[in-house]
Design a protein around this ligand. Structure first.
Ligand code: GDD
Ligand code: MG
Length: 370
């Protein structure tokens, strides 16, 4: 079977992280996020993957190439103008050979694809949608089912008075190719707002596949952090890289930990990281390659991309630092603050409450305080 992965969105809710890297290529556990979906496909024998790109397309190709090193065959199709979710699949129709899978490119899941595909065949509908349960369905596509699992309605971003179930579209579909015959070519067209509601109106059989599998849409900084914590606590499969120097502490090649520094798991230090004396890297941290943590600095629940420098006595908690961020002495960063690439924070600043600093900004010493 083939899979189409939709990776054309701009990831606006994750800015400034997504200004230079498309959301599906953001590092998750120091790997490009999309590798998780590609690996899921490979685990279930899906080897041909068509990437439907629109935003920053070259980043995907330069990482995955033709996919052969992963045992996959990757095909890239780039839209000149974004064609929306279904238009994007119509645009790759010439590559499709039969029943196929579609993935939203921003979902982390360990769904059993083999069972999903078997369920689709058993029910014999034209489309089968993976569904998950959430507390607040208003940010998703609401999908009520009848007792036989048939989809009754598809309501994208419902208002609270429309909410009749907690089942939502989890962003993975098994589809029959003839569905694309009715989709217009070369113009924006949406699965969620156009094709699915229209099929239901016409009585075309579509089924929902509710699953308790791990599921997370990494669309916001809070969820991006949570995805790291969940992988660190092994809520979904992951092959940790580096040496496990003590339980759940993985350290990459060439990393140097001062004898008076401490690291507590679960935590990952990328290759070439350096921890100075009395630095404490506590639980739920993931440090990209080549990060340097100054004397007496304290990190907990912090995700640092490649090449960040953290000054002496700085404190980082539940925050994200993109590539090559420099943080001065005694700086505090917490509460889901996000610092864009190459940001420089001068000494004695305090960044909190979900603050987002755009790439390359420089914050002079003692500028932000609470
Ligand atoms: N190629 C291409 N072209 N891809 C696109 C385009 C486009 O024009 N627009 C969006 N995408 C991709 C995005 O990159 C993402 O992977 C996927 O399509 C879904 O778009 P989002 O912008 O992330 O949608 P959403 O999160 O608001 O809602 C969707 O996902 C929810 C689950 O996370 C819907 O499918 C909901 O029904 C669903 O519940
Ligand atoms: Mg999304």
């Amino acid at each position: 079977m083939q899979a189409v992965i939709l990776v054309g969105g701009q990831g606006t809710r994750l800015r400034p992280l997504t200004l230079t890297v498309p959301k599906p290529m953001m590092p998750l556990m120091n790997r490009p996020f999309l590798e998780f979906q590609v690996n899921l496909c490979l685990r279930h024998g899906v080897r041909e993957i068509i990437l439907s790109t629109a935003y920053l397309p070259e980043v995907f190709r330069s990482h995955f190439g033709d996919g052969s090193h992963l045992g996959a065959r990757m095909i890239y199709v780039t839209e000149e103008e974004p064609l929306d979710t279904c238009g994007a699949v119509k645009n790759v129709e010439r590559y499709l050979e039969g029943t196929f899978l579609v993935f939203n490119g921003d979902v982390l899941t360990d769904l059993d694809l083999t069972t999903l595909i078997a369920y689709h065949r058993e029910k014999g509908g034209k489309a089968t949608l993976y569904l998950t349960r959430v507390e607040d369905p208003t940010a998703y596509g609401l999908v009520p089912l009848d007792r036989g699992g048939r989809i009754l309605e598809f309501l994208e971003k419902p208002s609270w008075d429309q909410v009749t179930t907690d089942l939502i579209n989890a962003g993975t579909y098994v589809l029959e190719p003839e569905l694309l015959e009715r989709v217009p070519e070369g113009e924006p067209y949406s699965f969620e707002r156009q094709l699915f509601p229209q099929l239901l109106e016409e009585g075309v059989p579509m089924y929902g596949f509710p699953s308790e599998a791990y599921w997370m849409d990494i669309g916001t900084p809070a969820k991006y952090l949570q995805a790291h914590y969940d992988i660190l606590s092994r809520r979904l499969p992951f092959r940790f890289e580096g040496e496990e120097i003590k339980p759940s502490v993985w350290v990459g090649e060439g990393a140097e930990i001062h004898p008076q520094a401490s690291v507590f798991g679960p935590t990952v230090l990328g290759p070439g990281c350096r921890l100075e004396a009395h630095a404490v890297v506590s639980s739920n941290c993931v440090l990209g390659p080549g990060c340097r943590i100054g004397e007496g600095a304290h990190l907990e629940g912090a995700v640092l991309h490649e090449g960040c420098e953290v000054g002496p006595d700085a404190v980082l908690r539940r925050c994200v630092l993109a590539r090559e961020v420099t943080v001065g002495e005694r700086v505090h960063v917490s509460d889901q603050a996000v610092l864009g690439g190459r940001v420089k924070v001068g000494d004695d600043n305090d960044l909190r409450y979900g603050i987002r600093v755009w790439p390359d900004a420089e914050i002079p010493p003692q500028t932000i305080k609470f």
